[in-house]
Design a protein around this ligand. Structure first.
Ligand SMILES: *Cc1c(COP(=O)(O)O)cnc(C)c1O
Ligand SMILES: [Zn+2]
Length: 403
C-alpha cells in the first residue's frame, strides 16, 4: 500500500509511490486528518504528539526521539535582530538537525508498509540528511544506501559512515542523481528519502506544528527559516494550511525564507517577480548545507512565501558570521552557518521594514554547530598561558578585573 499523493500546483493525484507530478512539480501527501484542535495532541514523545496530523503513529527505534525541540524566547538576540525572536533549536535532535523529523516519519511509514514495497531506504546527500537517514535506518531492520558526490570531504564521510550504511560515491551531475534515484528507487524496492519527497515533507511539517503549538491560542507573526531544496519550507507551508483548514489557527503566519547570497536561486526568482525558480550558477558560501543551485522544491517554496505574505531574502557570508557569533556569544547557542542565516535574515527583514519591533518571530535554527565548531572567521586562541602554580594569582587578578 502507498499513501495518496497530490500536486500542490495542478491538483493531480496518484497512489503510486512517486515524488513528482506529471507536470514536473513535487508531490506531497494528500491528507485529510479531519478536525483538529490543540487539545488533540497526545502525551507521546516529541513530534508524535501530533499523531492526529500524521499518517503513521509512533514507531519503535530512534524515531521516537525526533521532534520536541525547545523554543527559546526573551534572549539578548531581540536587540541584535530588532524584534522579538523565538529560537527553535533544531540542533537538539539526535543527529543535530531537523532532518531527523523527515527521517523518522519516512522510516516509520516504510516500516508500516505505507511506502510501497520496501527492501531498503536510501538518500542522496553529502551532509545532515545522509547522517540522519543512516542513523534512523540503523535503528530499524531496513538497510540503507547513501549516494554522495565524489568530491565529499573525508571528515563528512566519516560522520555518515559511523552508522554503517552502504555509502556510494557518485561522479556526475548531483541534481540528476537526485531525480534519478527518485525515478528508479520504487522499482527496486528502495524508498529514497531525499530532501523534498512527500514522506520527508510530511515529517518536516512538525517543526511548524510545534512552533504554532507553543504560541497557541495565539499565532506567531512570522516564521523565518533557511531554504535550500525547499523541503522544509514545503513542510512548514503544508502544516500551516492544515492548521488553518482545521480551524486550529485563525491567521497564517508569514513564511520568510533565507538563502546565502552566493547561491540564491529562490531569492533571485522572488526578487525578479518570477513564478518559477530556475537553476543558477552558485558560488561558494560558508553556508554549504543550503547551497543548492537547482532546488527541486524551489518553486513550491517560492509559492509558500508569496501565499503566506512572506518573502525570500539572501544574506552574505559576513552577515551569516555575525549572526552565528551573536547566537554563540549572547545566547550560548551553537549553530552551523546555514542555520545562522535565519537570524541574519530576520535582522535584514527588520532593517527593510518587512518585520517590525513588535512582531513575534520564530527563527528556525535548523542544525547544530557541534559538528564543526570553527568557521566563525576568527581563529580561536587562549587569553593567557600560565603555570599551575600561578592559578591562584591569576584568579585573584581575574576576579579583581570583573568588579
Ligand atoms: C537541509 C538543511 C537546510 C535546508 O533545508 P531544505 O529542506 O533543503 O530546504 C537548512 N539547514 C540545515 C542545517 C540543513 O541541514
Ligand atoms: Zn502537477
Amino acid at each position: 500500500m502507498s499513501l495518496q499523493r497530490i500536486c500542490y500546483d495542478c491538483g493531480a493525484r496518484t497512489t503510486a509511490p512517486v515524488a513528482r507530478c506529471d507536470c514536473g512539480e513535487p508531490l506531497w501527501l494528500d491528507t485529510d486528518y479531519g478536525p483538529f484542535d490543540w487539545s488533540d495532541t497526545t502525551d507521546e514523545p516529541g513530534m508524535w504528539r501530533f499523531e492526529a496530523l500524521l499518517p503513521v503513529s509512533r514507531p519503535a527505534g530512534l524515531a521516537a526521539a525526533a521532534g520536541g525541540t525547545p523554543l527559546l524566547s526573551e534572549t539578548p538576540l531581540d536587540t541584535f535582530a530588532g524584534t522579538n525572536v523565538h529560537l527553535k533549536l533544531e540542533g537538539e535532535h539526535p543527529t543535530g538537525s531537523f532532518k531527523d523529523r523527515g527521517s523518522a516519519l519516512g522510516l516509520a511509514a516504510a516500516e508500516a508498509g505505507l511506502a510501497g514495497d520496501v527492501d531498503a531506504v536510501g538518500t542522496v546527500s553529502h551532509g545532515n540528511m545522509a547522517m540522519s537517514t543512516a542513523a534512523y535506518a540503523a535503528s530499524t531492520d531496513l538497510p540503507c544506501v547513501v549516494f554522495v558526490p565524489d568530491d565529499i570531504p573525508p571528515e563528512r564521510l566519516d560522520v555518515i559512515a559511523q552508522f554503517d550504511p552502504t555509502v556510494v560515491r557518485v561522479a556526475g551531475d548531483y541534481g540528476r542523481l537526485y531525480e534519478q534515484t527518485l525515478e528508479q528507487g520504487p522499482d527496486q524496492g528502495v524508498v529514497f528519502l531525499n530532501s523534498d519527497v512527500p514522506l520527508r515533507v510530511e515529517g518536516q511539517k512538525t517543526t511548524a506544528l510545534e512552533i504554532c503549538a507553543s504560541f497557541a491560542p495565539d499565532v506567531p507573526d512570522a516564521l523565518v527559516m533557511p531554504v535550500s531544496s525547499g523541503g522544509h519550507a514545503s513542510g512548514a507551508w503544508k502544516a500551516l494550511r492544515e492548521l488553518e483548514d482545521a480551524g486550529a489557527i485563525d491567521e497564517i503566519p508569514a513564511l520568510y525564507f533565507v538563502q546565502a547570497a552566493a547561491c540564491s536561486p529562490i531569492a533571485d526568482a522572488y526578487d525578479a517577480g518570477k513564478d518559477e525558480v530556475t537553476r543558477v550558477t552558485g558560488g561558494d558560501t560558508i553556508a554549504y548545507s543550503i547551497a543548492n543551485a537547482d532546488p527541486p522544491s524551489g518553486t513550491r517554496a517560492l509559492r509558500a512565501a508569496r501565499d503566506t505574505g512572506g518573502a525570500v531574502v539572501a544574506v552574505d557570508d559576513d552577515a551569516i558570521r555575525a549572526a552565528r557569533r551573536a547566537l554563540a556569544v549572547e545566547a550560548g547557542v551553537t549553530v552551523e552557518p546555514a542555520s545562522a542565516t535565519a537570524l541574519a535574515g530576520t535582522k535584514q527583514l527588520v532593517g527593510r521594514g518587512l518585520l517590525d519591533s513588535s512582531d513575534e518571530v520564530a527563527v528556525v535554527l535548523t542544525g547544530t554547530g557541534l559538528k564543526e565548531a570553527s568557521s566563525t572567521g576568527t581563529p580561536a586562541s587562549a587569553s593567557d598561558d600560565i603555570q599551575l602554580a600561578s592559578v591562584e594569582e591569576y584568579l585573584t587578578e581575574f576576579a579583581g578585573a570583573i568588579e
